[in-house]
Design a protein around this ligand. Structure first.
Ligand code: IMP
Ligand code: MG
Length: 179
């Protein structure tokens, strides 16, 4: 079992997501927004955000390759599962769990933008500014966090710990033969 210490408690995450939803409610008043969740990490954030939206909402999901079971980005992005609906003429909000190197989103946003949505913006629960390699424009960030590997609230380490209701820092256990 890896040791996990709490970085951001559940109440603080949910309070912040409420504020993020308020901004969207105000900005898109009178419109419908189309949320795009990037699987799998953004699911918990997307659900919590959507529950606090008072404007009409539709949603869709896509899956892109990221780290595999490692903790550093390969720099390459692959579409594993595309959207099921067209985004043409929709107000798209891409919902992401965390922006780390920026590799994924710096590829994905122009890719989705080429499908002619009415507008497109990105919201992310977490951001690691110290790790940025590629520029990404973010409309709203939940929390800036230090350069540590985090889990919980949708984020995984080797597919585990997504279900933790808080954001925690995992101290990755070394095998017996490691230095
Ligand atoms: P980027 O392309 O380097 O910005 O990485 C984005 C993706 O890497 C995220 O959507 C996550 O799936 C994954 N990732 C980056 N940092 C972490 C972390 O600290 N914990 C878990 N997953 C992470
Ligand atoms: Mg992700």
């Amino acid at each position: 079992m890896d040791k996990i210490s709490v970085l951001i408690p559940q109440e603080q995450i949910e309070k912040r997501i409420c504020e993020m939803a308020d901004r969207i409610n105000q900005k898109y008043e009178g419109e419908t927004v189309h949320l795009i969740g990037i699987l799998k990490g953004s699911v918990f954030f997307l659900c919590e955000l959507a529950k606090h939206l008072t404007i009409p909402v539709t949603m869709d999901f896509m899956s892109v390759s990221s780290y595999g079971d490692e903790t550093s980005s390969s720099g390459r992005v692959r579409i594993l599962m595309d959207l099921s609906d067209s985004i043409k003429d929709k107000h798209v909000i891409v919902v992401e769990d965390i922006i780390d190197s920026g590799n994924t989103l710096s590829y994905l946003l122009p890719f989705l933008g080429s499908r002619k949505p009415l507008s497109i913006e990105l919201v992310t629960l977490l951001n690691k500014p110290d790790r940025r390699e590629k520029e990404v424009t973010v409309a709203d960030t939940g929390f800036d966090i230090p350069d540590a590997f985090v889990v919980g609230y949708g984020l995984d380490y080797a597919q585990k710990y997504r279900n933790l209701p808080y954001i925690g820092v995992v101290e990755i256990e070394k095998g017996e033969n490691d230095e």
